[in-house]
Design a protein around this ligand. Sequence first.
Ligand code: 2HG
Ligand code: ZN
Length: 463
Amino acid sequence: MDWKTFLSAAKGLFPDDLFLIDAEDCLRYGSDWTKTAGTAGLVVRPRTTDEVSEVLKLCSQMKIPVVPSGGRTGLAGGAVARGELVLSFERMNRLSEVDIHGNTVRVQAGATTQAVHEHCAPQGLMWPIDLASKGSCEIGGNLSTNAGGLRVIRYGMARKWVVGLQAVTMAGEILELNRDLEKNNTGYDLIQLLIGSEGTLAVITEATLKLTRFPNHSWVMFFPFESPRATLDFFAEARRGPFEILAFEFFSKACLDIVSARLNRQSRLGHSSPFYALMEVEFPVGREDEVDQWLGMMLENRVVSDGLLAKSESEKDQVWGLREGITESIQATAPVKKYDVSVPVRKLAAFLEEVERALKQSGLGIELYLFGHLGDGSPHLNLVKPAISTMEQFNQDCAEFEKTIFVLLKSYGGSVSAEHGVGILKKHWLTVSRSPAEMRLFRDIKRVFDPQGLLNPGKVIDL
Ligand code: 2HG
Ligand code: ZN
């Protein structure tokens, strides 16, 4: 790319401080948490939607490819640049006043998820998308990847919590979608088409987020289990418990060990177990006895063998810390490859048993760290490099085992990405989850929005 020509065409049209060209900046803004090699050719940091529109117009005219970039905490490589212009939203982080009639808030794409939470909390309201990376990830990224997170079982994915969206097409056209209407049955829902499209159709610049009240009163429970199947049997019981389930997460002993070592903390359960479940439940104040009785019954009937109950905020945070610390603890320990698959919850136990059996039989040098959103049918399979394997061997072994995972997944009617998205890392496996007719429609849609193929090229689908 000839950036000198671009910069001289841009001269006078934009403030000078809009652009970063330094190699170090290009490296930083062009890569993400996946650590896939990437670099920007040029970084642009607009302050307004009009600037975004003008930049995209110029890029369209000059045929310059663009990668939209949020907090770069994505795990599918959707924000990795390979020499393109990177459009960062970090300066577009304005939060408007909370609308207490509509229970909504208008925010710019670069606001972090945590900033939105903190902004709405004084009104007793929250945007219920809760992610371990909430301090760094941004609303634009949350929406373009349709983020899930830790409370999907109760609140659903990000796409359920949006009533208005502003987005800019590659041609520079500004779209104001849905105008914050709660109800609007007039044709195709373009908001929902853009959410989850990973910045390949248009660039999200602002959103009106739907808010809800904080949960009533919650307790966090932590249980040991012998297997995912036993955990799911308990889950089926819990579905009928005297509360609303806010989260149902699980993780293997390997995950607990690695987090405990990092946090320098021992589990307060008397013994270790192959699997653990974390369940957060909500119920009205005054119903504590009912929940206590239900727990007693679970223990008496041996549905669970042991458990911890966290009632205070600090105890709850401690238990959640074990779950939320897994990604970073693994990342800090060894190279890892991540698979955020999903299968229908009813098939999950059988699927995970087959994955574990296949790995044991394969004799490959890979360690499997299993955790995730059991209640949503969305486990995270992290393949970790053992110290004795070389990097080359590990890559080869993962490539082989990846095939096994995806063949199995297809036979279970699963998805290659439950929540992280397709990006570059899952692109080659998209046909496991999508039919030829769907793939054709995907391409047709991409062509309508971005006929030159300049927006986040090489991600999700090629033209
Ligand atoms: C989570 O559930 C995130 O914590 C990250 O989706 C999962 O690190 C992972 O594989
Ligand atoms: Zn997850």
